[in-house]
Design a protein around this ligand. Structure first.
Ligand SMILES: NC(=O)c1ccc[n+]([C@@H]2O[C@H](COP(=O)([O-])OP(=O)(O)OC[C@H]3O[C@@H](n4cnc5c(N)ncnc54)[C@H](O)[C@@H]3O)[C@@H](O)[C@H]2O)c1
Ligand SMILES: [Zn+2]
Length: 379
């Protein structure tokens, strides 16, 4: 059952679980991070009186983990069913959301029942969206299975789907009842997906360097997938995200800092048509180096920050310059101007000397073009 301290007794065994609290008044909840905790989901959540649960998962995660999660919930007397979507960003669509809503309806689920998002950020956003609008909201449990979703996207209540005209254009704010992050599940991730998640981890490291357990060696450890380190890393990121979300649940100000590296990152993903040329994390990695270069150019930080970005990200096997050096800069600039932080003049999250983030507005084309050339040259 969820408690505020470090470990839980389960049938004689003791699970070391980190508890991260997202403080949102009546909508507060706990992110539980541990290794091999997925078999204990009902115990961790405690008795909540659910009769039925619907698990939303994808075609990669389902074959690996669905049966285990179904079994553990069935043992608790909950009537289980599942909906599977094709793995990949294309499933984050209105069509798939409607298919899930029809499934919930066919099961005659009510507001006291539970939807579980078992998968990466795609499944989490989609399941959360369906849970938030079916009968104006069912209970939601997030069981994130990628590093990106454990460290970031499962926390904070942003749900949604894409439209053909753009990403994340439809969505809701809808907080889960809990998030259960089992780092054991990360071991089946493809290396490229794991590294992509490391970019979001690095983002949190840059946004809040204090108290982070060292720098480069830890990333090497993470690449070796050591459980204790993964638990520490995921819970640390979750803690920073929880703090930001608690202070700005509806994304009206402070939460924008979580977009560090995402201005150029999104532009690179858009210009390459979201075809997988870049994973999200790879694009954000390049975007963070760019943001550090812009911070240096404006004199708000020093060389050290740029070097630190380049070293840390490359030690994690992430790119620090665009894959295609031919600069379609005008196109990228155009897209960056449409970023939702920008409102007419280009805005970006930058970092001050001590790692303090700020949103800088009114950035000119010339400044950014100079930094983009430095980015390509790896300076
Ligand atoms: N809601 C938010 O606050 C928020 C924040 C950031 C990103 N996002 C969204 O998250 C999505 C990206 O999430 P993602 O990077 O997790 O991508 P994803 O959900 O597409 O997962 C990546 C790939 O890994 C596979 N996979 C997932 N878990 C696995 C496991 N344990 N073992 C083996 N394979 C596994 C998936 O099937 C998929 O092929 C985007 O749609 C993005 O918009 C949302
Ligand atoms: Zn991101």
């Amino acid at each position: 059952m969820i408690t505020e301290n470090g470990s839980c007794g389960v049938k004689g065994a003791v699970l070391d679980i980190k508890h991260v609290r997202v403080e949102l008044g009546k909508r507060s909840y706990t992110v539980l991070v541990g290794s091999e905790i997925m078999n204990e989901i009902p115990f961790l959540l405690g008795e909540r009186g659910w009769r039925k649960a619907a698990i939303v998962t994808d075609s990669n995660v389902g074959p690996l983990y669905l049966e285990k999660v179904e079994r553990t919930l069935s043992r608790a007397g909950i009537e289980i069913g599942s909906v599977m979507v094709e793995a990949g960003e294309d499933s984050k669509s209105m069509e798939e959301a409607i298919r899930i809503l029809n499934y919930l309806s066919s099961r005659e689920m009510t507001r006291g029942d539970l939807v579980i998002g078992l998968g990466g950020g795609v499944v989490g956003d989609l399941a959360g969206f369906a849970a938030s609008i079916f009968k104006r909201g069912l209970d939601l449990l997030q069981v994130p299975t990628t590093l990106m979703s454990q460290a970031d996207s499962s926390i904070g209540g942003k749900t949604g789907v894409n439209l053909p005209s753009g990403k994340n254009l439809v969505g809701t704010f809808y907080q889960p009842l809990a998030v259960i992050a089992d780092v054991e599940m990360l071991k089946t991730l493809k290396t490229r997906e794991f590294k992509s998640g490391l970019a979001e981890v690095a983002k949190y490291r840059f946004l809040k360097p204090d108290g982070w357990p060292g720098t480069l060696p830890e990333f090497e450890e993470a690449l070796k997938e050591k459980d204790a380190f993964l638990v520490e890393m995921v819970s640390r990121c979750a803690g920073i995200k929880a703090e930001v979300v608690s202070r700005d649940e509806w994304d009206t100000g402070l939460r924008a800092v979580l977009n560090y590296g995402h201005t150029l990152g999104h532009a690179l993903e858009t210009v390459t048509g979201y075809t997988g040329t870049y994973t999200h994390g790879e694009a954000v990695s390049v975007g963070m180096v760019f943001a550090a270069l812009v911070s240096r150019e404006l004199g708000i930080t020093e060389d050290d920050l740029v070097n630190e970005h380049q070293e840390l990200l490359s030690s994690a096997g992430l790119p620090i310059a665009p894959f295609d050096p031919s600069p379609e800069f005008d196109k990228l600039f155009e897209i960056m101007l449409q970023d939702k932080k920008s409102r007419g003049s280009l805005a970006m999250v930058l970092l001050e000397k001590d790692g303090k983030p700020l949103v800088e507005r009114g950035l000119g084309r010339e400044t950014l073009w100079k930094c983009y050339r430095e980015l390509i040259r790896g300076e």
